[in-house]
Design a protein around this ligand. Structure first.
Ligand code: ATP
Ligand code: MG
Length: 535
């Protein structure tokens, strides 16, 4: 392939020829295959930083007749071209503008300089000259080739970054569509699960024959397992409110390891910790991050199954504004095909029933929400390492006390009139059951409008209301009380299976009242009621 460099104006003075010109020429030559015009500009700009001024009168078109770019691995890769269609034996020959217009297959003299990208020789730059270069010219020519290498390296890094950003975008789009579907389904499951768990708990409070008790306990345990899956699905759908506190990642990892200690030991897995004691605190949701660490550690455990003792090496490091964390296991590793899909929702290589394939999807979402990065490196037979990078974010000086950490007050013995507002029959009955058991009088309403009518008649001490109901929902009901300056507004407890919808979420974040997420434990209901009555 022979290309003539863009024609200069005939009266243009012969000017010295530097690395930027070289870059421009080379890139002009391969531009059609690169598929993006910006390349030259990008490189020139970078070139300006890279290239020291080359003294005038050194390499000029009268000295250098043409440039061969040979063994084009670097360019071929940059351009994403199939090597087969552009064999490296076929050099590009660039005839310099102003150089004698002749074929330079057999030049008088030539100089080869290597192009080194990423520490490897990926190309060869050959200039054809009318006469051998002087020592000085040769030095400058090699300097230019080195600068050209650096510029290619930068372009390469830029392309990798762009590719990474595109992949992340694709990943998050994939997440959001599956997420919507999943959160809808998970939300629908919450109501029946609340019923199953609640009534099982009510039954367990009764005097039961041992065998029956065992059966009911099984029902409860299985329903709880299902509710964990639902909660995982909702987390996956990115709908959990992140509650960020300044935290020490070392401590969070240690806590998770404590949870897994027994399993790790039983499986003969050594853990080696290389924790940087100088790790700065950073603003994260500790629960969410523990979930990330837990998922990764459990994956490693499951991968290192078998009699052979494996090793899990966990390291943290303070590194400027970032905290890199890594989990390296000595398990079987993954194929390139697997590693490409690990963050995909529902991708699993485990037996049906063993994995949902959501673990890493959840990790990905959580880390992304923390503006961090997560990726894995692995090769079959060589173990797997997960890398996480989290930014150091300073938190508020004193973290606010959270409602859920406040101790529950002592049981109130007094009988109160409690209004339960829910359109779902089973939840109505369940709440009635619990509250009556504690000695309260319960009145029920199917929606906010009915509830307002009952409240107007007076005598209600507390309201437990669902959020989403036909005719009038929980938010509107609450707003009516508040607007009427009814003190009962402070004694409304919200029940929701839906921290999903943004307006619900915003509403609940804006009120002081207690919120029970479905499926709730009976204990949570009782505690919330006692706290609200004590207000
Ligand atoms: N440390 C590891 N070594 C080898 N393969 C791994 C490792 N971690 C993850 N994988 C692969 O990635 C897949 C997806 O992992 P992910 O945690 O998302 O789902 P899962 O573990 O299969 O199911 P779940 O986490 O829902 O129980 C796994 O099935 C496994 O093939
Ligand atoms: Mg997993």
């Amino acid at each position: 392939m022979t290309i003539t460099s863009p024609a200069a104006r005939p009266d243009a003075p012969e000017r010295p020829f530097g690395a930027v010109d070289l870059l421009t020429l080379v890139l002009e030559a391969i531009r059609p295959s690169l598929g993006f015009d910006l390349a030259v500009a990008v490189l020139c700009e970078d070139g300006r930083h890279v290239v020291p001024e080359y003294a005038a009168g050194t390499l000029t078109p009268s000295v250098v007749e043409g440039v061969h770019v040979q063994a084009l691995a670097a360019f071929v890769e940059l351009a994403g071209i199939d090597h087969a269609t552009w064999p490296s034996e076929d050099p590009i020959v660039i005839l310099l503008d102003g150089a004698p217009d002749r074929v330079i297959d057999e030049p008088e003299s030539y100089e080869d300089a290597p192009l080194v990208v990423g520490g490897a020789v990926t190309g060869m730059l050959r200039i054809s000259c009318a006469a051998p270069l002087t020592k000085d010219q040769r030095g400058r020519y090699f300097g230019m080739a080195a600068d050209l290498s650096k510029a290619i390296e930068r372009l390469d890094a830029q392309r990798t970054q762009t590719k990474l950003a595109q992949e992340r975008l694709l990943q998050s789009e994939k997440m959001s569509s599956v997420g919507q579907l999943v959160s809808g389904v998970a939300h629908e499951l919450n109501n029946p699960l609340t019923g199953i768990m609640g009534f099982a708990q009510l039954l367990l409070l009764k005097d039961l024959e041992e065998a029956v008790r065992h059966q009911v306990e099984t029902i409860y345990a299985e329903a709880e397992r299902a509710s964990k899956i639902v909660s995982n699905l909702l987390t996956f759908a990115r709908r959990r409110r992140a509650q960020k506190d300044p935290s020490d990642l070392n401590t969070l990892i240690e806590r998770v390891l404590e949870l897994r200690n027994y399993d790790l030991r039983v499986r003969n897995i050594n853990t080696e910790m290389q924790f940087d004691p100088a790790l700065p605190e950073t603003l994260v949701d500790p629960n969410q991050l523990q979930q990330v660490f837990l998922n990764i550690i459990i994956n490693a455990e499951q991968a290192m199954k078998g009699d052979d003792a494996g090793t899990l090496r966990i390291s943290t490091r303070a590194s400027g504004r970032m905290i890199p964390v890594s989990f390296a296991d000595s398990g079987p590793g993954m194929s390139a095909e697997t590693i490409r899909r690990i963050f995909d929702p529902f991708f699993t290589t485990k037996e049906a029933g063993d994995g949902t394939g959501l673990g890493l999807t959840i990790c990905y979402n959580i880390i992304e929400e923390h503006n961090g990065r997560i990726w894995a490196e692995s090769e079959p037979g060589r173990g797997t390492t997960f890398f996480i990078e989290l930014p150091v974010v300073a938190g508020p000086a004193a973290p606010a006390q959270r409602r859920d950490t406040e101790p529950a007050p002592a049981a109130a013995a007094e009988r109160k009139r409690i209004l339960v507002v829910d359109d779902e029959d089973s939840i109505q009955r369940l709440l009635t059951g619990v509250l009556e058991m504690d000695g309260h009088e319960v009145i029920v309403a199917k929606n906010g409008r009915e509830a307002l009518d009952i409240v107007k008649r007076g005598g209600i001490d507390l309201v437990v209301t669902d959020m989403k109901m036909p005719v009038m929902g929980g938010a509107e009901f609450y707003a009516s009380l508040r607007d009427a300056k009814d003190p009962l507004a402070a004694r409304v407890i919200f029940i929701t299976g839906d921290t999903v919808a943004p307006d619900t979420r915003r509403f609940l974040q804006g009120v002081e009242n207690a919120v029970l997420a479905k499926p709730f434990r009976l204990r949570d209901v009782r505690e919330a009621v006692q706290t609200a009555l004590a207000r």
